[in-house]
Write a protein that binds this ligand. Structure first.
Ligand SMILES: Cc1ncc(COP(=O)(O)O)c(C=O)c1O
Length: 374
């Protein structure tokens, strides 16, 4: 009998999703106009505690218009973690800026906020904390630095829907918060993203940037180069149905993390996700990092658990190790040891919203078999 693979993620599309999508199809509102876009934006911004939401077609697009909304001088610097997805650096570069890196913490895998102050220069314009794998960044010290130096804060909350920092949901703590609604996210719209604005300052400009910088006085006359990053009503229909289910999705993720914790908590050869006293971790993905006693890296570990029918994903590769960024002359001679270590020794286990207790048992048995065979 061929072994069934336990996938690293499976979305849970339920509730009103089919009904809302059918309404789009039957009414013909399938492009970027229609009731679901505004309703999704409002529901998500309000869930996050923000004043406005601007839906776009990916998390990467959300980051790009968030940076563009700052209207930075060319060569402005944005401080971000070395351990993140390349979308963050791409957005800064697209906005005419220069990404400046700090390392991450070895347990939360989030940016080391104590390393930020020494990277601030007269050219620094913004800080971009990234809430990694569902754990929030320690925001207070960052907000303090931002206020002191007059910097904007753009949160990348793509992986941290509903995560809390000192009782406040992420995404509306900084000036702008960016979300992804890709199919593996806690709330999905298939593909999609949103920028949430903490106050009224940026809402209109973000909507203008998303939609090709159209003016209202004379259509097809443009004074700036925009982008078509519009979300469709069909995507927003799914997105809205997912917001209605978000609390239960978060509960499931926390249940899943507790279940993994119970089974793997005594295993000294793995570092498991943590939750700081001030944090609510939503455990978007259950990451593990191999201890140095394990004689191979995450890539080999992944191959061995795959042979046991378990799908995994590697951790990000640091921004300073990205050929495409180094080829642009960025980060020459820079080293971020924590990022380098977790990039080689970290991977995440199946973490989908449909995962069962029996499947978690199977994953943990496979993990144990591979560790014992090492
Ligand atoms: C931290 C982070 N930021 C941004 C993105 C980009 O989102 P998208 O894939 O929707 O463009 C992702 C994607 O997973 C992410 O993990």
């Amino acid at each position: 009998m061929p072994m069934t693979l336990i996938p690293v993620n499976e979305p849970l599309i339920s509730g009103n999703a089919a009904k809302y999508v059918a309404e789009c199809v039957e009414s013909g509102w399938v492009s970027s106009e229609g009731r679901f876009i505004g309703e999704f934006e409002e529901a998500w911004a309000s869930f996050c505690g923000g004043k406005a939401g601007v839906a776009v077609n990916s998390g990467t697009a959300a980051l790009e218009i968030a940076v563009a909304a700052l209207e930075m001088e060319p060569g402005s610097e944005v401080i971000l973690p070395s351990y993140t997805i390349i979308s963050c650096a791409m957005a800064v570069i697209a906005g005419g800026g220069v990404p400046v890196l700090v390392d991450c913490e070895s347990d939360t895998w989030c940016m080391d906020v104590n390393a930020v102050a020494e990277k601030i220069t007269p050219r620094t314009r913004a800080i971009m904390p990234v809430h990694i794998f569902g754990h929030p960044v320690d925001m207070d010290p960052l907000m303090g630095l931002a206020e002191k130096h007059g910097l904007a804060v753009i949160e990348d909350a793509a992986e941290a829907h509903g995560a809390e920092y000192r009782g406040k949901r992420v995404g509306a703590i900084g000036d702008l918060g960016c979300f992804s609604f890709y199919a593996n996210k806690i709330v999905t719209s298939g593909e999609g993203g949103m920028v949430v604005a903490r106050d009224e300052t940026y809402g209109k400009r973000l909507a203008y940037l998303r939609n090709m910088c159209f003016h209202t006085d004379r259509r097809f006359r443009h004074t700036e180069l925009g982008r078509n990053f519009r979300m469709t009503n069909l995507q927003a229909a799914i997105g809205l149905s997912q917001v209605e289910a978000v609390e239960s999705h978060i509960e499931k993720k926390r249940w899943l993390a507790a279940a993994y914790g119970e089974r793997l908590g005594d295993e000294p050869r793995l570092a498991l996700p943590v939750e700081r006293g001030w944090a609510k971790n939503v455990y978007w993905m259950y990451g593990v990092v191999l201890d140095d006693v394990v004689p191979f890296e995450a890539e080999e570990f992944a191959r061995r658990v795959a042979a046991e029918g378990i799908d995994t994903r590697p951790f990000f590769l640091g921004m300073h190790e990205q050929p495409v960024l180094r080829d642009r002359g960025l980060f020459a001679g820079e080293s971020y040891p924590v990022t380098e270590r977790i990039a080689r020794r970290g991977l995440y286990l199946p973490s989908g919203l449909t995962l069962t207790g029996e499947q978690i048992d199977r994953v943990c048995e496979a993990v144990q078999t591979v560790l014992d065979g090492a």
